[in-house]
Design a protein around this ligand. Structure first.
Ligand code: NAP
Length: 278
């Protein structure tokens, strides 16, 4: 995806994957600018460690408490996070304006955090649902402390079927931010009461492998519109590339490459080893 974009932009640059164990992260970060590396993406398990390891954080990375993009500038490393903005861009590309929408997010991990803040920030009413109510409440408490009193506070619920059914019945947007249903466990489904899914719902699964998770298939059968995480993957990658090059990245090319690669390999490819697992 990134290399296709670099070619399209006519840039003499290449995007490569490095497998860095946690103990070597400080050394890798220190050495990258010395090697002439302009920037990097990072994924699990490095996203939170980089908050304290980078020299500076953008406002977004500080707010989310995780880094997925690093820019090296004048010998300093700047940590940024493009997940939330990438999610919003892909949602808008589907024709959805989140302002005023009621959104239910399944999961309380890193991506639930980015997505909840992004949606709340553009005027959606957000509920995070966790299999542990305690984790959901502590996430909502932490996120609400970062809102400066602007917009509706984020609410927390458990994933108990009757609780979730009531929330989904009144929701416009359902986001799966758990790994449940991801290849090779494609038969699995997050505990969503199917009878609660309705035709006004937009169901967004952050998983892109398989292209249609069981959740998306069930939602589609019940008349809901659906999208998988390939759009978010392409958009968050395009925003990283923009940060490194100062130029608009060809996001359509990137998304086409991701989707084509997934389709060619029966939906079971791992299209972006450096950043594709979120
Ligand atoms: P994470 O930080 O590990 O969080 C995962 C969350 O899922 C946790 O809240 C966890 O709950 C919950 N969970 C796990 N198994 C569950 C189950 N059986 N039932 C209910 N909840 C369960 O992971 P993440 O980084 O947020 O990633 C989540 C998913 O989003 C992954 O599939 C990832 O590939 C995808 N993702 C996609 C993109 C993209 O660009 N499309 C970007 C980021 C992430 P506990 O805390 O209770 O364990």
């Amino acid at each position: 995806m990134q290399n296709a974009a670099l070619r399209e932009m006519g840039l003499d640059a290449v995007y490569v994957a490095f497998d860095v164990p946690p103990r070597d992260l400080p050394a890798a970060l220190f050495g990258m600018p010395a090697l002439g590396i302009r920037g990097a993406n990072c994924t699990i398990p490095h996203k939170t460690a980089l908050v304290s390891l980078t020299d500076e954080l953008t406002e977004e990375a500080a707010r989310v408490g995780a880094v997925n993009t690093i820019l090296f500038r004048e010998g300093r490393s700047i940590g940024h996070n493009t997940d939330g903005e990438g999610f919003l861009a892909s949602l808008r590309a589907e024709g959805i304006d989140p302002r005023g929408l009621q959104a239910v997010i399944l999961g309380t991990g890193g991506s639930a955090r980015s997505v909840a803040l992004a949606l709340q920030g553009c005027g959606a009413r957000v509920v995070v649902a966790g299999r542990s109510l305690e984790k959901a409440e502590s996430l909502a408490l932490d996120l609400n402390s970062r809102l400066d009193g602007v917009g509706e506070p984020i609410a927390a619920v458990s994933m108990a079927p009757e609780v979730l059914a009531a929330r989904i019945a009144e929701a416009d947007l359902l986001v799966n931010a758990t790994p449940v249903g991801m290849h090779p466990e494609s038969h699995a489904m997050p505990g969503v009461p199917l009878e609660a899914i309705h035709g006004r719902l937009f169901c967004y699964d952050l998983i892109y492998n398989p292209a249609e998770t069981r959740l998306l298939a069930e939602a589609r059968k019940r008349g809901a519109r659906t999208a998988n995480g390939a759009g978010m993957l392409a958009h968050q990658g395009a925003l990283s590339l923009q940060m490194w090059t100062g130029r608009t990245a060809p996001v359509e090319v990137m998304e086409r490459v991701v989707r084509a690669r997934l389709a060619a390999q029966g939906g079971h490819a791992d299209p972006a080893p450096a950043n594709g697992r979120g």
